[in-house]
Ligand binder design. Structure first.
Ligand code: C2E
Ligand code: CA
Ligand code: CA
Length: 683
């Protein structure tokens, strides 16, 4: 039989293609976590099983049925159950893609039991029909192709009509499924014709080829669809993240960071004539104290409302600077009289009582005014000036406005007092490192490393946190020297842990943008590592996202050099910077640290939680490690564990520890171990 070899080849190829598709879809299911992909994968795997067993059936048939009946029956049962399972899973895959997955949905169970029953009945019927060749063929081949064809055409229609489709991918998949279905009906018709006329059609030798091609098209169309979908998802998550980052969730107003960037642009355009009104409710503290945060938030939302209603054409939207402070930017102020009128107007609006939760609240506001022309030419400075003026208005009894004046600028002076001492802090050994544990997520939440955090042990003021001096170091041009100093201490200490306690934990060091963008930085790291004999894999560098994005080409070069050393690099404060997820593909980093500010959000705001979850999934799909910092409560831990983040850090496990406390812990002498849910000690 000349077509015998061809048939065998085609069957085998179809089976192999089906297996490859099943494996690919399974892989993408693992990456993206989509249940529909798992269902499609199973569908193709079962198709492969069917093709192989069906081939055995044909082979015996040609061989005059020499195999024992029991074996034939078994093979027939497997073959039939597999093919209806294949259809069942395909239908479920399409259903999940279109409607999503619901809990306690009875349909998948019914479909699969139905497929199982149908397969068994067909196999039994097949064995009972004795020599009736026609009926046997019909049970084995005819019914399967008729049902299969119908099923795939139904899938095609469902995909085509899917309401929330986006892009071309789903259309391609619909067409491919339709063709796959039509080909099955075609096979079915050819079989019927051939049985009836006992001769073959001219093209029947090629039928296997058609089947192979349509099967491949159907399978790969799913992958095309998936890739397109994934890109759309990344873009959606990107813009959602941007919104989250730039706008206040309650009022929808721009937040502080957005205000800063908008204001910077505005100052460049109109410079001299911009004024800032900073508005704060005088009773904010007592409100949250005696009525709770919910009432405070309601009042804030209403305040935002009133501000917006008072905005004049040409003004930017008011911004929410913090929980209780709003800023109205005035782009073109012509006179002080105009400003005074606006401020008085706003004060009057906010004196109108608020009605919240059935109560009447009489409130008042304080307004601080700063002018670009006289007070500060940059956004930060202007906001600070307006804030200082607002504070003064509030301190003087509230319900008033106050222009900024330079004698309010006393804060900078105290800072200056410290600046001189900062230079000496290095040489006096007052800069010390604390170490905060990072644990590997999963069973036991085991200690995997520590983040080195700088502190200034000031002789009079006590322990000063980095927020007090990092910026100042930058201004003094000492930040690179400082980073070197910290790196050297951290590397030496990490090497020491190994020597004393045999501990191989890694140490993470924060690196400022300036250092990181220095061409010679990688070389410096290399020589420091060599000097203290620390394995590069035990050093991790944390760079801030915005820093890496300032000059992407340079960042990529710098990152590549560092990674070539074998040092790991993480993007710190992820989500607060300027980068986008799409851009992340190009940055050669090992992972990212999701910023602390998202940690509260995920528990309190389900919508934000979905964005963070999508970010984690996308990062994983790019092969990046995900670390979360600032875990303070069990629910936060539970949520992030469920998202399968790789490492965790936060007060729930441990605050930053001084050198000796960490050493004690590593030596196993400290019994107060960080907590982890239903598990043993962390260290
Ligand atoms: P970061 O890199 O985001 O560091 C994490 C900060 O979060 C640390 O504050 C840490 O103490 C704090 N933290 C950790 N877990 C929790 C938690 O569960 N809840 C809360 N509320 N906070 C938590 P720290 O030590 O004040 O450091 C602040 C920032 O200073 C760091 O932010 C980092 O950007 C910078 N920094 C610290 N050490 C260095 C250093 O050696 N070099 C450079 N260039 N920057 C440093
Ligand atoms: Ca950090
Ligand atoms: Ca951080």
């Amino acid at each position: 039989m000349p077509s015998f070899a061809l048939d065998l080849t085609l069957y085998t190829t179809q089976a192999v293609v089906a297996l490859v598709l099943a494996a690919l879809l399974l892989h993408y299911h693992r990456v993206f976590g989509l249940v529909s992909l798992l269902q499609w994968s199973r569908s193709f795997a079962l198709l492969a099983v069917h093709l192989v067993t069906a081939w055995y059936g044909i082979y015996w048939h040609l061989d005059n049925e020499t195999a024992p009946m029991a074996v034939q029956l078994l093979v027939a049962a497997v073959s039939q159950v597999a093919v209806y399972g294949h259809l069942g899973f395909a239908a479920l895959g399409a259903r999940t893609s279109v409607h999503g997955l619901r809990k306690d949905d009875p349909v998948p169970g019914r479909v699969l039991y139905g497929a199982l029953a149908l397969g068994l009945v067909c196999a039994l019927a097949w064995s009972q029909t004795g020599d009736a060749h026609m009926q046997r063929l019909f049970m084995r081949v005819g019914l399967r192709y008729l049902l299969g064809g119908t099923c795939f055409i139904a899938i095609a229609v469902a995909l085509w009509r899917q309401p929330n489709r986006e892009g071309l991918g789903v259309r391609v998949a619909a067409v491919a499924m339709g063709l796959f279905g039509l080909q099955m009906l075609h096979v079915w018709a050819v079989y019927l014709w051939e049985l009836k006329h006992a001769s073959s059609l001219p093209w029947s030798a090629f039928i296997g080829i058609f089947s192979l091609v349509t099967e491949m098209f159907a399978g790969f169309s799913l992958l095309i669809w998936l890739l397109e979908d994934e890109r759309n998802r990344a873009n959606r998550t990107d813009s959602a993240l941007k919104r989250l980052r730039d706008f206040d969730a309650i009022t929808g107003f721009p937040n502080r960071r957005r205000l800063l960037s908008d204001l910077t642009t505005l100052l460049r355009q109109t410079n001299q004539r911009t004024a800032l009104l900073l508005l704060r409710l005088d009773q904010a503290d007592t409100l949250s104290g005696s009525y709770g945060v919910v009432v405070l938030e309601t009042v804030m939302a209403e305040t935002a409302n009133r501000l917006e209603q008072h905005a004049r054409p040409g003004w930017p939207r008011p911004a929410r600077l913090s929980d209780t402070r709003f800023v109205q930017t005035l782009p073109r102020v012509t006179s002080n009289a105009e400003l005074t009128a606006i401020a008085n107007d706003l004060l009057a609006t906010l004196r109108i009582p608020f009605y919240v939760a059935g109560q009447e609240l009489s409130l008042s506001a304080s307004i601080g005014i700063a002018l670009a022309a006289t007070d500060s030419g940059n956004a930060e400075g202007l906001i600070a000036a307006a804030e200082a003026a607002g504070q003064r208005a509030h301190d003087e009894g509230g319900n008033r406005f106050q222009y900024f004046s330079s004698e309010m600028n006393t804060l900078a002076l105290t800072k200056l007092g410290l600046l001189g001492e900062l230079r000496q802090a290095f040489t006096r050994g007052e800069l010390v490192l604390y170490y905060q544990p990072l644990v590997a997520a999963g069973f036991g939440n085991r200690l995997s490393g520590v983040e080195a955090l700088a502190r200034w042990q000031h002789p009079q003021r006590g322990l000063l946190l980095p927020e007090m001096f990092i910026e100042e170091l930058e201004q003094l041009g000492m930040i690179e020297e400082f980073d070197r100093h910290v790196l050297a201490i951290a590397c030496r200490e990490a090497q020491d842990w190994q020597q004393r306690y045999g501990s191989e934990i890694s140490v993470s060091v924060n690196i400022s943008t300036r250092s990181f963008q220095n061409q010679h930085f990688a070389e410096l790291v290399r020589s420091l590592l060599k000097e203290c004999g620390l394995a590069p894999s035990r050093l991790e560098l944390e760079v801030v996202e915005s820093g890496a994005m300032d000059d992407p080409a340079r960042a990529i070069q710098s990152l590549s050099r560092l990674r070539a050393l074998g040092v790991r690099v993480m993007l710190d404060d992820f989500g607060t910077g300027y980068s986008s997820l799409s851009y992340l593909r190009e940055l050669p980093v090992d992972g990212l640290k999701i910023d602390r500010s998202f940690v509260d959000d995920v528990i309190e705001r389900p919508r934000d939680a979905a964005i963070v979850a999508a970010t984690i999934t996308l990062a994983h799909s790019l092969g990046l490690e995900v670390v979360v910092e600032g875990i303070e409560t069990e629910p936060q831990l539970a949520w992030f564990s469920a998202q399968k983040v790789d490492r965790l850090q936060g007060f729930l496990f441990s605050p930053p520890l001084d050198r000796d406390a960490l050493r004690q812990r590593l030596a196993g002498r400290d019994a107060t171990l960080p907590r982890a849910p239903d598990s043993g000690p962390v260290v």
